[in-house]
Design a protein around this ligand. Structure first.
Ligand SMILES: [Zn+2]
Length: 300
């Protein structure tokens, strides 16, 4: 396989300032956190925050914070975290007082619990001091991610009602909202209002698995095909989570392990290489601005 597993080094290296315009521009080892990575972060943080109290919060950059003033209690200080939940690529910490912190990792975010003695990486924007000499840290070089404070769970439900169903557990009828549209199926899959949490890799892989060409219009997809596609998305997501929250390259989690390497991709990153099923060279073009790879023979 052509993929290299490269551990990203703390401090983020020189690429942090580059302007990424396509998947191909991402240097080896760099991973945009997708749903499986966010789920892995949620599990790490949930485990680490069990029976922990947030003692203090140090905000080093306020421009990553929305909804909270400089009043410290609004960042869950003094509270225990009752629950850590996820919808699509968004995480939320729910405090015992009912207030909520939504965390979005954006393109380059990391979020996790580390020993308080750990060196503070560049671009660490928020540090929550926990009991037992530990920190919860939010790191994000490019700052497309951020933290939003909400007053209660109802506000979270309102925010998340604008997202489509979660890609990890699509039920029958998951595609009803867009099944009659003339959009390309790939465009619908990447639209967080239609389905929450399907990223570029997973869209291409799921479409390859069920033999649907990414450019096919939603209205030309049968209910049976939508059913198969929903199952394929869930199964690819679950296998990525099982392998540590990464499909192709390591996404290093703060305070967690590195995602395992899984070289089982059918199409993503393999443009021009032979299809694993029929050996014809895979095709590639940009669909809704994203590099898209498919087999012209197996996918219609
Ligand atoms: Zn093929």
């Amino acid at each position: 396989m052509a993929f290299r597993v490269v551990r990203r080094v703390p401090g983020w290296g020189p690429w942090a300032a580059r302007n990424y315009t396509s998947d191909a521009a991402f240097p080896a080892g760099f991973r945009v956190p997708e749903l499986p990575e966010v789920e892995a972060v949620a599990r790490d943080v949930r485990r680490a925050l069990r029976r922990s109290t947030i003692v203090d919060a140090i905000v080093r950059r306020w421009d990553v914070v929305t909804g909270a003033s400089r009043q410290s209690e609004r960042l869950l200080i003094g509270s225990r975290v009752d629950e850590v939940v996820r919808r699509g690529k968004q995480l939320a910490l729910i405090g015992l007082d009912g207030s909520v912190l939504v965390v979005q990792l954006g393109m380059t975010g990391e979020f996790g619990v580390v020993p308080a003695s750990s060196p503070v990486m560049a671009h660490t924007h928020i540090i929550w001091r926990l009991d037992r000499s530990r920190d919860l840290r939010f790191v994000d070089p490019r700052r497309f991610g951020g933290v939003t404070w909400l007053k209660d769970r109802a506000a979270l439900e309102d925010r998340w009602s604008r997202l489509g169903p979660d890609a990890l557990s699509l039920q029958s009828g998951w595609s009803d909202a867009f099944a009659d549209s003339r959009r390309a199926i790939k465009a619908a899959l990447l639209d967080q209002h239609a389905v929450a949490g399907v990223g570029n890799i997973y869209a291409d892989e799921a479409l390859a698995l069920v033999g649907i060409k990414p450019q096919r219009r939603c209205c030309r997809i049968t209910p049976r095909e939508f059913g198969a596609l929903g199952l394929a998305i869930g199964s690819i997501m679950r296998s990525a989570i099982a392998s540590g929250g990464s499909t192709i390259r390591t996404y290093r989690r703060l305070g967690g392990g590195a995602g395992a390497f899984q070289a089982s991709l059918r199409v993503y990153g393999r443009a021009g290489q032979p299809c694993t099923v029929c050996s014809q060279p895979l095709q590639s073009e940009s669909v809704v601005g994203r590099t898209t790879v498919w087999c012209g023979n197996c996918q219609t």
